[in-house]
Ligand binder design. Structure first.
Ligand SMILES: [Zn+2]
Length: 476
């Protein structure tokens, strides 16, 4: 071992190395600490002290070695040293603790809805579940700070390496920071999510994400959208992960069952029971118990729509969305629709309502591409999607009726909303069309932090000719 390797080795917390370095260390200040550790390592390996010190300084400058962490480790010195709340008297005790440890670190998510990030450690394997951006108005730790906190630590100490990031589904509050993850960390997602994200980012123009989703280096590992794929991580198969498909306003969301170090943890991700795959939520406990014969020790879940049992507020199911939209379209045949282009359940409900009333459906090439991607994967699971025509077909035929899918309009400004209305011109003036708003109504509420003035301005243009039909999952 070289002297510099020996210094790096201190971060693996080997007791005899820590003891030896601590005896030689000068704790007066950081400069003296680094010099004394370099001297110790150089003497132990018979190398030049000056050169070792240069190399050690370079490590600190590159952020590859954290001096305050080194100080913490060495200051515990010959005492039985403490780590994450445990006390070890020997290397054997420490090795045994590492092998059997199971830690859950909630980096973010206890004080906000969306953007939650959880680290799960089992034995020597360490994974993150989701890395999304915070939703507007969130009070918790900011995106930049959270990335620094997680990945600086990951570079600093081999004890906190991140083996993989698992993504439950493609909503921004779960994947929004994907492009900021260091390039050596593998990413896991199901193949449906991968395809949808590829189509999505062809439209967003995010070059980093486009390049990432090309997956030339095989960094993204996809698993098939079916229950039962078992993924194994860690040199000694420390952790196994089983994904379970679950209903959500994103197509093919996953729950993950993590097992290792004698423990089983179920991470729910976002889920609901009101979509076309709503039954999945009842099936998962059965499959975990009966097919896999497992008991869950810890359930990690997101509390977006928890209500007290006394508050019996009925949430619309997608079948009800379909029925209401169908009834609405009997009386109104010129309709603009605001609905997320990745909420395929709702698009299915609305498009089938239009088809049942013989109203042709139109959308931009982006939304058509999205629906094609979805159709290719999901046809056998749910109600079929009717054909959607391009906008070029709409303008000459608009007097015959139309359902025009606009997407979520999430990035639209107030000016953008007025421009859109202007472009829709004649159709707005002559037919006085209706708007079917199928998204969370919080975006229209001026008092809510997620208020979107562009969407509100657009909705206002319809002068009351708006119907709200939505199967909500919270912020979507
Ligand atoms: Zn979601």
């Amino acid at each position: 071992m070289t002297a510099i390797e020996m210094i790096k080795e201190l971060f693996t917390l080997k007791a005899e190395l820590i003891d030896s370095a601590a005896k030689a260390a000068d704790f007066t200040d950081d400069e003296k600490l680094l010099c004394s550790v370099a001297r110790w390592a150089a003497a132990s390996c018979g190398e030049d002290e000056g050169e070792v010190l240069q190399a050690a300084k370079a490590l600190v400058e590159e952020d590859a070695m954290d001096l305050s962490l080194l100080r913490d480790f060495l200051e515990f010195g010959r005492k039985p040293w403490r780590f994450e709340g445990n006390i070890f008297g020997s290397d054997e005790q420490y090795a045994e603790w590492r092998r059997t440890r199971c830690l859950i670190t909630i980096h973010r998510g206890t004080k906000q809805i969306g953007g939650s990030i959880i680290e799960i450690t089992m034995g020597n394997a360490n994974v993150l579940v989701d890395l999304g951006s915070s939703l507007p108005g969130s009070q918790g730790i900011g995106d930049e700070e959270i990335l620094k906190k997680i990945f600086d630590r990951h570079h600093r100490s081999i004890d906190h390496h991140i083996d993989a990031v698992f993504f439950t589904h493609y909503h921004g509050d779960h994947v929004g920071l994907m492009d900021k993850i260091p390039a050596d960390v593998p990413l896991y997602m199901d193949s449906a999510m991968f395809e949808i994200m590829r189509t999505l980012h062809k439209n967003t123009g995010n070059k980093v994400m486009q390049e990432l989703l090309e997956n030339r280096d095989g960094r993204i590992h996809t698993f098939p959208p079916a229950i039962g794929e078992v993924i194994t991580l860690g040199e000694k198969k420390d952790m196994t992960i089983i994904p379970f498909f679950v209903d959500h306003s994103a197509y093919h969301a996953n729950m993950f069952l993590f097992e290792g170090a004698g423990h089983t943890i179920l991470h729910s991700g976002d889920f609901r029971g009101t979509g076309y795959m709503g039954k999945s939520i009842d099936l998962i406990p059965k499959i975990i118990h009966e097919k896999y014969g497992k008991e869950v020790d810890v359930l990690l879940t997101e509390g977006t729509m928890m209500t007290r049992s006394t508050e019996k507020k009925h949430l619309l199911t997608e079948w009800e969305v379909h029925k209401k939209a169908k009834a609405f379209m009997k009386d109104h045949r010129q309709i603009f629709v605001v609905c997320s282009s990745t909420n395929f359940d709702s698009l299915t409900s609305i498009c089938n309502a239009a088809a049942a009333n013989n109203i042709p459906i139109y959308a931009s090439s982006y939304i058509i591409a999205m629906m094609k991607t979805f159709k290719g994967m999901a046809e056998k699971y749910r109600p079929k999607l009717p054909a959607v025509q391009s906008l070029n077909e709409l303008w000459p035929n608009s007097q015959k009726g139309f359902v025009y899918l606009l997407g979520s309009l999430s990035g639209i400004s107030k000016d953008g909303a007025h421009k859109l209305v202007h472009n829709l011109g004649k159709h707005m003036r002559d037919y006085r069309p209706y708007l079917l708003y199928s998204m969370w109504q919080g975006y229209l509420d001026e008092k809510h932090p997620a208020f979107n003035e562009g969407v509100k301005a657009f909705v206002d243009e319809f002068d009351g000719r708006v119907t709200y039909i939505h199967s909500t999952g919270g912020y979507d």
